[in-house]
Design a protein around this ligand. Structure first.
Ligand SMILES: C[S@@+](CC[C@H](N)C(=O)[O-])C[C@H]1O[C@@H](n2cnc3c(N)ncnc32)[C@H](O)[C@@H]1O
Length: 240
């Protein structure tokens, strides 16, 4: 692993992350399918504990995984070792706005809303431009994000909810600044992180202005076209 001086709020919840996200499985097959379509290798930005990267490697595709959390990468490395695919994973500590990757690939992914950690358009543009730089001509960036519904905000705002047995989550929504402050606590850790969302049209405009053509915007991982709702799944092609 390469080194990076900064700490990440994910370090404190690295051991909690997998039990916390245990029920999130709907996206794994989708990202593995995209990796197969690209033929590998894949760069995953915000690779985390390898929830997507390890199944991708198990499918025979090499992954370069970048993450700013050393703790998350340590869990990822152990998960890959246990799955017998450590040799297929190249894990690097780094910022997704400036990924420490020289190689050019056909597919860059940023699964499970990691781009929401970009807090303003300057950072979003930096992240998208950096992803574009990693792509071969006509290569694809695939990512998913969300924008909350009013119902979701009203049902959850400020309340501790048990997401998994013994794992509690609290969302504090700021509709003015479009910011979610998300706290999680459980036996193996606790932490708080901030996420900022955009409307789908704003993501579309950002992609086009950073050198991508939007090939598809799905409303779910079954490739249903987006028709309103909280989730969007984007396939964007490097335009030149
Ligand atoms: C919601 S998790 C997603 C992890 C993994 N992709 C998955 O699908 O489970 C977000 C990840 O993005 C990483 N992250 C957040 N900000 C980052 C940044 N600026 N640069 C690199 N990684 C970042 C976090 O450390 C965390 O591992």
């Amino acid at each position: 692993m390469t080194s990076h001086p900064q700490d990440s709020p994910y370090d404190a919840i690295a051991e909690l992350y997998d039990p916390w996200s245990r029920s999130v499985t709907e996206d794994v097959g989708f990202y593995v399918e995209e990796a197969r379509r690209a033929g590998g290798p894949v760069v995953e930005l915000g690779v985390g504990t390898g929830r997507i990267a390890v199944p991708t490697a198990t499918a025979g595709i090499d992954v370069i995984g970048v993450d700013s959390s050393r703790g998350m990468l340590a869990v990822c490395a152990e998960r890959a070792r246990l799955a017998g695919v450590a040799a297929r994973l190249d894990l690097r500590v780094g910022d997704l706005r400036e990924p420490p990757v020289g190689k050019r690939v056909a597919l860059v992914t940023c699964p499970f809303r990691s781009l929401l950690h970009m807090r303003n358009d300057t950072d979003r543009r930096r992240a998208l431009a950096a992803a574009r730089e990693l792509l071969l001509p006509r290569g694809r960036l695939v990512f998913d994000v969300f924008a909350p519904s009013r119902d979701d905000v009203e049902e959850t705002d400020g309340r501790w909810l048990e997401r998994e047995p013994g794992i509690w989550e609290r969302a504090e929504w700021d509709l003015e600044t479009k910011t979610l402050t998300l706290s999680v606590r459980g036996e193996s850790g606790e932490g708080t992180m901030e996420l900022s969302w955009l409307a789908p049209q704003e993501w579309h405009e950002l992609l086009e202005s950073t050198g991508f053509e939007v090939e598809a915007c799905y409303g779910w991982f079954d490739r249903t076209p987006y028709a309103g709702g909280e989730d969007t799944v984007w396939i964007a092609q490097r335009s030149s």
